[in-house]
Design a protein around this ligand. Structure first.
Ligand SMILES: Cc1ncc(COP(=O)(O)O)c(C=O)c1O
Length: 458
């Protein structure tokens, strides 16, 4: 075994990236109103904003693009995708969507009425927003362990099952159209959910007649963590672990832009035939006919092939080790990270990195800007900007427990040297961290604020 993760692929196509000067970056940030979403990708050196839709596709996936069948109805690629989804998830019905949030939109439109609640271990931002726009209440019931950034525990994505049952009894099962589990938990550090927790969640929800849906974007990484960290599954193939995870659920939303290694695509799968009929109606209005659902035939083919590649155990071993490599390098430099590292990203614990900046002064956003300024690296704030919510009764801001900056690692894109560069830039910023100042909003929309807000340094 090598001491560092070795890529189980070789590189056939390259895309040049370009370094800018600090003066240029200062001007770029100012023009972008200090929101990194507004910076042109060409002005980024290492882009760790997201692992979503940023994967390098394989030669097989690109070959699949060439056999795209662009018929309006019943294209062959739909059936290839159906085979993959049925075989991996076991769900009876599915519709393709253009990405994960479209699956969420269709699902919640068909299930959530105003005033109802959707409990989860932790909703991601788009899931949270899609429940809110239906007039629903997205409720996060992550187990206590997941909220402690320094604690080393194997499954910090678990939901608190006791809290879940108490919540159901408190609001009444008739007010909960479905429960969800995000695997892995992106908003909480990319932490995995254990098989035992998936099983227990399913049992509690089903006891009250409530279906369980997985937010399954990173189901393969979650399954690999189960294999590595739960002795009961050590000898079980990841595919079987994934199948068992899905077997406890009644459906899933999926952003294929993650573990299916594509640049665009998603799906919504379920067992309930009646729900499937309503979903198809909704899909036709919003996305497209149920055999293409907002995607081209070629995209469906890339997803079908990517789903299988994302389950390859050699690939997954490399993927998780690659992420851990960056986390280890940062820890070597003394950078406070959320531990243990997640599957797709390393999360910086901003409260410990910038203890002099309160959350009300947007410390995570300040750190993201500093990172760009120092090294042209783009990361994303997952803290007060992304998740703070106004208390509907008092109007006061409720800040999230964890203030993080996420370094998401695109799949099969960056090498070890790129990660070493990131660690080096972090070292430089950390040495001068007390010079970093907080930020304030100059514009903030009500929903999904982080995508379009404007800021100014204080
Ligand atoms: C856990 C989780 N759910 C849902 C989504 C939404 O998926 P998409 O970006 O494809 O709409 C994301 C995207 O990052 C995610 O991480």
């Amino acid at each position: 075994m090598a001491k560092f993760p070795v890529e189980p692929f070789k590189i056939k196509v390259v895309e040049p990236i370009r370094q800018t000067t600090r003066d240029q970056r200062e001007e770029i940030l100012r023009r972008a109103e200090y929101n990194l979403f507004a910076v042109r990708a060409e002005d980024i050196y290492i882009d760790l904003m997201t692992d979503s839709g940023t994967s390098a596709m394989s030669d097989s996936q690109w070959a699949g693009i060439m056999v795209g069948d662009e018929s309006y109805a019943g294209c062959r690629n739909f059936f290839n995708l159906e085979d993959a989804i049925r075989s991996i998830t076991g769900f009876q019905y599915f519709v393709p969507t253009h990405q994960g949030r479209a699956a969420e939109n269709v699902l919640f439109t068909c299930t959530v009425s105003p005033g109802q609640s959707v409990p989860s271990n932790m909703h991601f931002d788009t899931t949270q927003a899609n429940v809110i726009v239906r007039g629903g209440d997205p409720v996060n019931l992550l187990a206590e362990e997941g909220l402690d950034p320094t604690l080393h525990a194997p499954f910090k994505g678990d939901i608190d099952v006791r809290k879940l049952e108490a919540f159901i009894q408190q609001v009444g099962p008739e007010n909960i159209p479905l429960g969800m589990l995000t695997v892995t938990n992106n908003a909480g550090g990319g932490q995995p959910v254990s098989m035992g927790n998936i099983r227990a969640t399913s049992e509690v929800l089903h006891k009250y007649g409530i279906p369980l849906f997985l937010d399954a974007c990173r189901y393969a990484e979650n399954a690999y963590f189960i294999k590595m960290r739960d002795p009961e599954y050590m000898g079980t193939p990841v595919l079987e672990i994934a199948r068992e995870m899905f077997s406890h659920a009644d459906g899933c939303t999926m952003s294929a832009k993650k573990d299916a290694l594509v640049n665009i695509g998603g799906f919504l799968a379920m067992n309930d035939e009646e729900l499937y009929r309503r979903v198809c109606q909704e899909l036709i209005v919003r996305e497209g006919f149920p055999t293409y659902g907002g995607l081209a035939g070629r995209d469906l083919e890339a997803v079908a092939r990517g789903l299988w590649e994302g389950l390859d155990e050699q690939y997954l071993a490399y993927r998780i080790a690659h992420t851990k490599y960056l986390a280890d390098r940062l820890v070597e430099e003394g950078i406070p990270t959320l531990e243990p590292p997640g599957g797709h990203a390393v999360y910086i614990d901003v409260k410990r990195f910038l203890p002099h900046i309160p959350q009300s002064e947007l410390s995570g956003q300040a750190l993201s800007c500093a990172l760009y300024l120092e090294g042209g690296i783009r990361a994303i704030e997952l803290g007060s900007v992304a998740f703070a919510r106004e208390d509907p009764e008092t109007g006061e801001m409720i800040y999230p427990e964890l203030e993080m900056v996420r370094l998401a690692i695109p799949r099969r894109v960056y090498t070890q040297a790129h990660l070493d560069y990131v660690a080096e830039i972090f070292r430089r910023i950390y040495e001068r961290r007390d010079q970093i100042r907080g930020m304030r909003y100059t514009y903030a929309p009500r929903l999904l604020r982080h995508f379009t807000a404007h800021f100014q340094p204080l």
